[in-house]
Design a protein around this ligand. Structure first.
Ligand code: UD1
Ligand code: CA
Length: 452
């Protein structure tokens, strides 16, 4: 049997007033990725189908974002937000191209999973004309209620239009609808706006299709998949659910999370089996961690690559471009930015290494700073293999320290150091015998005089 073709339409034109934000609602992020991108990813994962986005409020911002997260998507503008059915019709041109299945979903239900979409499509493949993703919740307020008669779905009643009895129904519209391509346009075209909000409700498809004798069914998804985000509190709730799902996945794939509830992942974090993550670690975007790496407590990591057996933290900050080689070590209160620490290199305490290479086996002493910025440009520091940089050194870039070179602690290094050289960049110590005692006597005498 040839695979069924599918068009996924994501509605994202609404204003999202309850977010109290200048940013369009669907661009608010979960795990560092806009909500709508999560929805698009689920649609793509479900079958790589054609994707249409309907935008309106903040259209140019959403369109711009979409170029990144869904470059193949066709974008339609709904000029006036007259309801979800009206929004679907904004994508009429795409629907008219003809598809076996039309999936309509909302840009503000970011926890939808590819499986949920597949279940709805499976119903169409089995002969249904309309399939609605339902979910059960003890607090259904705000959601459309699924009205069933003799076990058949006959209507969806929006909260504002529901009778008291209907408000008691806990089986709700999760916001995902699959409609057979054959009937989609004629059904949605028949929807009117005689309701409490005076809007064209997509949910009316159900009653229209049922009355026309078409087969309408509901699937049942977990309440988490259907969580609709209308406020920042719900956004945080969705973030928490997403993080819980991701941590669970990480642990099942062989990652040790000592206190999972305190570890924050980004949507794109890659972490291999046998990595260990201690409590209170934040992964921002673009982090890749190889097998057996150890991330100690309270580290903040973003845009970094960490090779097998490397050790990070506690209290380390890895910024974009940090590239830690095998068995390298970056310890407490160290910041690494756009720098490579080659195999076995160590930066163990209180250092800043930016725009630099630290060669294999090199050791960077406590308090060392690569002075990479002169207020105008950024400059590179190259530290050779096995070099030893004494504590509290300032390496003023651009500068190069050769393999095996030795830098005396407290040095300010402004000239290149050749390999195997020993460099001092500080004043020579002077020691004055007896002067300490003399100084103390002077101080004590003046303190006594002041005390009278
Ligand atoms: C909608 C459903 C409700 C369901 C709930 C699930 C309708 C009429 N109601 O209610 O049954 O339980 O979602 O979360 O479908 N949008 C447009 N253009 C418009 C109006 C809305 O693009 O003219 C978009 C919004 O940007 C949003 C989505 O459609 O992404 C849903 O709109 P929203 O106003 O949030 O609907 P709900 O009241 O949550
Ligand atoms: Ca909503």
């Amino acid at each position: 049997m040839p695979a069924r073709t599918c068009l996924s339409i994501i509605l994202a034109a609404g204003e999202g007033t309850r977010m109290k934000s200048t940013r369009p609602k669907v661009l608010h992020e979960i795990a560092g990725l806009p909500m709508i991108a999560h929805v698009a990813a689920a649609a793509t994962a479900a079958d790589g189908s054609r994707l249409a986005l309907v935008v309106g409020h903040g259209a140019s911002e959403v369109r711009q974002a979409a170029e990144k997260f869904a470059p193949g998507a066709e974008v339609f503008v709904q000029e006036k937000q007259l309801g979800t059915a009206h929004a679907v019709l904004a994508a009429r041109a795409a629907i008219e191209r003809g598809h076996d299945d039309i999936l309509v979903m909302f840009g503000d239900t970011p926890l939808l999973e590819a499986d949920d979409l597949s279940s709805a499509r499976r119903k169409l493949a089995e002969g249904a004309d309309v399939a609605v993703m339902g979910f059960r919740t003890p607090s259904p307020a705000g959601y459309g209620r699924l009205i069933e008669e003799d076990g058949r779905l006959v209507a969806i009643r929006e909260d504002k239009d529901a009778s008291e009895a209907e408000k008691g129904i806990g089986f709700c519209n999760g916001g995902l609808m699959a409609i057979s391509g054959e009937h989609a346009l004629s059904l949605v075209d028949r929807i009117g706006n005689a309701n409490a909000k005076g809007e064209y409700y997509l949910t009316d498809v159900v009653a229209i299709a049922a009355r026309a004798g078409l087969r309408v069914v509901a699937t049942e998804a977990g309440a988490e998949s259907a969580l609709g985000i209308n406020t920042r509190a719900e956004l945080a709730e969705a973030e928490a659910i997403w993080q819980r799902r991701r941590r669970h996945e990480a642990m099942l794939s062989g990652v040790t999370l000592v206190a999972p509830e305190t570890v924050h992942f980004s949507h794109d974090t890659e972490i291999a089996a046998d990595a260990i993550v201690e409590p209170n670690v934040w992964f921002g975007r673009g982090v890749r961690i190889a097998a057996g790496a150890m991330i100690r407590a309270f580290s903040h990591i973003e845009g970094a690559t960490i090779a097998a057996g490397a050790e990070v933290g506690p209290f380390a900050r890895l910024r974009p471009g940090a590239d830690l080689g095998e068995k390298s070590k970056v310890g407490n209160f160290v910041e690494i930015k756009k720098a490579t620490i080659e195999k076995g290199g160590k930066v163990n305490h209180l250092a800043y290494v930016g725009d630099a290479r630290v060669g294999a086996g090199a050791n960077i002493g406590a308090g060392t700073i690569t002075c990479n910025y002169d207020g105008y440009g950024k400059f590179f520091t190259d530290i050779g293999a096995r070099a030893f940089v004494g504590s509290n050194s300032s390496l003023v870039a651009p500068i190069s320290i050769g393999d095996g070179a030795y830098i005396a602690s407290g040095s300010v290094i402004t000239e290149d150091v050749p390999e195997d050289a020993l460099a001092f960049g500080r004043a020579r110590q002077r020691t004055l015998p007896g002067k300490g005692k003399e100084l103390r006597a002077l101080r004590e005498a003046s303190a006594a005089a002041a005390g009278k």
